[in-house]
Structures are given as structure tokens and as C-alpha cells.
Design a protein around this ligand. Structure first.
Ligand code: ASP
Ligand code: MG
Length: 254
């Protein structure tokens, strides 16, 4: 039995039907005998909408109140995800960053994770449940909610995979994997099968939005194997890790 983390981005959760589809992916992974921790982003453009509402009321809202506001986006997605799984008799529970034991510094809006206590998640898994964790957020020592910066739920997923000793962190998104260039702009762009952490880092820093740079950094530090794949079909996506064994064995054989 493997423990895996599956993260779903906002586009993959934009409406109840998409949440249902994402949940059926998780159900499949459970039926294959895996323990699954799901990390969710907020649905669709929720985060942008919440920010716009705050800015309608105040030109410069305080960072602490913005965090209090923004964490609700992921909480809606997490609870709906749990409800979708329960509708198919898959035992599940949604957890906020605080409940999931994700402690951060108090730097509101751009907080760094300082430690994760995975006891609650392990306890839920032990009881046969899927744990659905809100991405992009944690809690300060005082108990205030924090967010990790835009795109931060990738980092939540990888950091949780590291803390749980997960076998794999799957980033399920609206593209098939990492491409040599943006396939919407460059028709000849090709999907990449394998990238080392450093190669992925270079691409993320250059603006490949598919994976947040801090998530890549965290994956490299803890050697978490990552796969970026579509949440809509079964294509095998792009693997990110240490040197690819496949290539080594090919050259050894020459
Ligand atoms: N919901 C947050 C954002 O839109 C975090 C994320 O999606 O990773 O930036
Ligand atoms: Mg993202």
C-alpha cells in the first residue's frame, strides 16, 4: 500500500462537475489500495474574486485580514471535495491548514512553512479516510491563518508529501505535463517526459507556471518524486526527480 499526495488546481475544481471528476480520480487511487492525501486549491478564480472584493472596500487591505479572507477559498473546495467523495461512499475528511498541522511564520501573504505535524493526517488515514487538506495556507504559532503566496498550494502538496514520507506527489492540473514552451503560443512545443529538480527549477523561475518555484525547491530538498499530469485524463505526464534511471540504464547498456 502506497501513501500518495494528489493536488488539484483551481481549474480542475472550477465547478461541482469538475470536483466530481477529480474525486473519482481519488476514488480510483483508493480502490487501487493507496492511502491518499488530497491537496486542493480554491475553485476557479475564487482567490482573484475575493481579492477584488477586498479592494473594492479598501485600497490597501491589511495583510492579516486578506489571509483571513483568502483561506476561505481553499476551505470551500476542500469541504465540497469531501462531500463529493462521501457521496460515493469513500470515507473522507477535510482539514484546514491548522488542522493538518501546517505551522508557518507570521509573514501574512507570503508565509513560509516552518514545520508540519502530520499526526492528525496519519490518524485519519489510519481510520481508512482520505484526508483533504486546504492548500496555500497554514497557521501561526498564535493560531492566526496565513497564506503562502499565489500559487502556494503546489508548495503545500510537496511539503505535506515530504512530512508524510509519501511515495509520490501528483500535481493534477489543466495541462498534460511540462512542455518545452507554452503549447498555446508555440504549436511545436513538446511535452517533456522527465526533468531533474534543477531543470524544473530553471523553467519555473523563467515563468513556466505549471509548478511554483518554492514547490520545486521543497521537492529537491526532501527528494520528493513529483509528477505533473492532467486531471482530466490518464496520460502519464512529466516526472520530476533525481537523474532518470531509464536514461542511465540505456547508456550503461551501450
Ligand atoms: N488559490 C491560490 C491562488 O490562486 C493558491 C493556489 O491556487 O495555489 O493563488
Ligand atoms: Mg497553480
Amino acid at each position: 500500500m502506497a501513501l500518495i499526495v494528489q493536488k488539484f488546481g483551481g481549474t480542475s475544481l472550477a465547478d461541482p462537475e469538475r470536483i466530481r471528476r477529480a474525486a473519482s480520480r481519488v476514488q480510483k487511487a483508493v480502490q487501487q489500495g493507496n492511502q491518499v492525501v488530497v491537496v486542493v486549491s480554491a475553485m476557479g478564480h475564487t482567490t482573484d474574486r475575493l481579492l477584488a472584493q477586498a479592494e473594492e472596500l479598501c485600497e490597501r487591505p491589511s495583510a492579516r485580514e486578506l489571509d483571513m479572507l483568502l483561506v476561505t477559498g481553499e476551505q470551500v473546495a476542500a469541504s465540497l471535495f469531501a462531500i463529493a467523495l462521501q457521496a460515493h461512499d469513500v470515507p473522507s475528511v477535510s482539514l484546514t491548514g491548522a488542522l493538518a498541522g501546517i505551522r508557518t511564520e507570521a509573514d501574512h501573504g507570503n508565509a513560509q512553512i516552518c514545520k508540519i505535524d502530520p499526526a492528525r493526517i496519519h490518524a485519519e488515514l489510519q481510520q481508512g479516510k482520505v484526508a483533504i487538506v486546504t492548500g496555500f495556507q497554514g497557521v501561526t504559532e498564535q493560531g492566526d491563518p496565513t497564506t503562502l503566496g499565489r500559487g502556494g498550494s503546489d508548495t503545500s502538496a510537496v511539503a505535506l508529501a515530504a512530512a508524510l514520507g509519501a511515495e509520490l506527489c501528483e500535481i493534477c492540473t489543466d495541462v498534460d505535463g511540462v512542455y518545452t514552451a507554452d503549447p498555446r503560443e508555440v504549436p511545436s512545443a513538446q511535452k517533456i517526459e522527465f526533468l531533474t529538480y534543477d531543470e524544473m527549477m530553471e523553467m519555473a523561475v523563467l515563468g513556466a507556471v505549471v509548478l511554483h518555484p518554492r514547490a520545486v525547491e521543497t521537492a529537491k530538498l526532501h527528494r520528493v518524486p513529483v509528477i505533473v499530469r492532467s486531471s482530466f485524463h490518464d496520460g502519464h505526464g512529466t516526472q520530476i526527480g533525481m537523474e532518470p534511471k531509464r536514461l542511465q540504464s540505456v547508456s550503461e547498456g551501450v
